[in-house]
Design a protein around this ligand. Structure first.
Ligand code: ASP
Length: 320
C-alpha cells in the first residue's frame, strides 16, 4: 500500500460552525483527526499538524518552513497531501512548485464549508487528494491542487468564487485531470517545471493593479517603501495609463525589476500596442512580460528569483 503524509496547516477544512451563531472558527480538536480512518483503504496515512491557522495568516516565511518540511520528509513517502485554507492556497501551492523538485506528488486541498456545515466538502476533497497522491499517474506532476474532483496545476489554478464549491479553476487552460468514482485521470501536462532553491525570503516584491486614470504616486511609493521588485497587473495585453510612466522609469533606473501581467482573467500578456503606455514602449523601457501567470503567482516567482542562490536571469526566467 502507498504511504502518504497528510500535513495539516489549517483553514476552513479544519474549522467548525457554531450552530447557534453561524460563526466559523478553528476548534481545539482539528476535525480532520476524527475522519482519517475513512482513508485507510486508499493509502497508509501518516498525519502531522504543522500549523493550524486561517490562510490569510500565511506568510512567505511559513511557506518556506512548509517547503523545507516537505523536502525533509519526501524520501519516506510516495505522496503528500497538504490541507490549507482556500484564500491563499494557490499562493502556497505555487511557492512549493517553485521551491521543490520532487518526483512524488504534493497535493494541496481545502474546503469551502467547515466540517459540520450541511454539504461540507472537506471530507470529499481530502478523499480525492489522498487518492491522487497515491496514484502512480501522479508521479512527476509537481505540485497539484485538488478540489471538487478536479486536478489543477499549482502554477495556473486560482480561486474564482467567494463561496461556491467549484471555486478553484484554471483560466485559459482548464484542469489537467479529474477524479472519477474509481480512477485518477489525467488529460493534460504542465510543460515546464521550475526550481529555485530558497533559504530566505527577505527580498520583498509588491503587487499593484492598474486602473483607468492611475497615476505614479503609488508606483513611486514602492521604492520609497524599500521593495526590491514590483509586479503590475496591467490593462489588457499589458498596457499602463500614461501618468504612471515617469515613476515606472524611476524604478527601472534604480534597477528594480518590474514584471507585467494582465488584470484580465484569461489569456497572456504581449507587447502589442505602440502608444504612450502601450506594451511595446513598456517592454523597450525594460518591463518584463510574464506569460500566463496571475499577479499573485508572478509576485512569488519574482520573489523566488530575487532570493535564490542559484544563478538566474530574471528576464529569461519569465520568458520560459
Ligand atoms: N478564510 C478561510 C481560509 O482561507 C477560507 C477557507 O479555508 O476556505 O483560511
Amino acid at each position: 500500500m502507498k504511504k502518504v503524509l497528510l500535513i495539516n496547516t489549517g483553514g476552513t477544512i479544519a474549522m467548525s460552525e457554531d450552530q447557534t451563531t453561524g460563526k466559523v472558527s478553528p476548534s481545539s480538536e482539528n476535525p480532520i483527526h476524527t475522519q482519517s480512518a475513512f482513508f485507510n483503504k486508499f493509502a497508509e496515512l501518516t498525519v502531522v499538524d504543522l500549523f493550524n491557522m486561517p490562510s490569510p495568516h500565511m506568510t512567505e516565511e511559513r511557506m518556506l518552513e512548509l517547503s523545507h518540511y516537505v523536502q525533509s520528509r519526501a524520501a519516506e513517502f510516495d505522496g503528500m497531501v497538504i490541507t490549507h485554507g482556500t484564500d491563499t492556497l494557490e499562493e502556497t501551492a505555487y511557492f512549493l512548485e517553485l521551491t521543490l523538485d520532487l518526483p512524488i506528488p504534493v497535493v494541496l486541498t481545502g474546503a469551502m464549508r467547515s466540517s459540520n456545515e450541511i454539504g461540507s466538502d472537506g471530507l470529499a476533497n481530502l478523499r480525492s487528494s489522498i487518492f491522487v497522491a497515491a496514484a502512480d499517474a501522479s508521479q512527476g506532476k509537481g505540485v497539484l491542487v485538488v478540489m471538487n474532483e478536479e486536478i489543477h496545476t499549482a502554477t495556473y489554478v486560482t480561486k474564482t468564487h467567494t463561496t461556491n464549491l467549484a471555486t478553484f479553476q484554471t483560466p485559459t487552460f482548464g484542469p489537467i485531470g479529474l477524479i472519477s468514482k474509481n480512477q485518477v485521470l489525467y488529460f493534460q501536462n504542465l510543460l515546464r517545471q521550475e526550481y529555485y532553491p530558497l533559504t530566505k525570503v527577505d527580498q520583498r516584491v509588491a503587487l499593484l493593479k492598474a486602473y483607468a486614470g492611475m497615476d505614479g504616486d503609488i508606483v513611486q511609493a514602492i521604492s520609497q517603501a524599500g521593495y526590491q521588485g514590483l509586479v503590475i497587473e496591467g490593462l489588457g495585453a499589458g498596457n499602463l495609463p500614461p501618468k504612471t510612466l515617469t515613476a515606472l522609469d524611476g524604478l527601472l533606473a534604480q534597477g528594480i525589476p518590474v514584471v507585467m501581467v494582465s488584470r484580465a482573467f484569461n489569456g497572456v500578456t504581449e507587447d502589442v500596442y505602440d502608444y504612450v503606455g502601450g506594451g511595446k514602449q513598456l517592454r523597450q523601457a525594460g518591463v518584463i512580460f510574464a506569460q500566463g501567470l496571475s499577479g499573485v503567482k508572478a509576485r512569488l516567482k519574482l520573489m523566488a528569483l530575487l532570493n535564490t542562490d542559484a544563478p538566474v536571469n530574471i528576464q529569461e526566467a519569465f520568458h520560459l
